[in-house]
Design a protein around this ligand. Sequence first.
Ligand code: HEM
Length: 106
Amino acid sequence: MKKILLMFSLLTTTLLATACGQQPTTNTNQTATSTNPLTEVSKHKTANDCWVIINGQTYNVTSYIASHPGGDTILAGCGQDATTMFNNIGKHAGQAQNILSQYLVK
Ligand code: HEM
């Protein structure tokens, strides 16, 4: 009987230790490995390689620069979170949103 009790307590201790040990490890890993999109986007800040974040999504708009109706003004957003820049232009409320979706970085 003593042996059974001892085995039961060992099993319980192991299970508890595993459960308690796994929770913080998982959380720590998520924080450590999660990449900030801005870190990646900031590497693409030129007219030949232009990524922007707009409303939480990342876009590679390099090939669109030449056709942008607003001309080179688009370059101000390269490598940045250009949400405010983009949303502050009234004309972007129309077709610009649809055009933008073609350049989404997946
Ligand atoms: C992020 C920085 C950007 C700035 C500062 C900017 C600025 C401007 C400005 C000033 C205009 C008005 C041009 C005019 O007077 O007719 C314009 C128009 C336009 N932009 Fe941008 N733009 C930016 C990004 C983008 C992006 C990323 C796209 C799409 C991929 C885009 C698409 C358009 C379109 C389609 C228009 C014409 C809208 C219309 O007349 O119906 N822009 N932009």
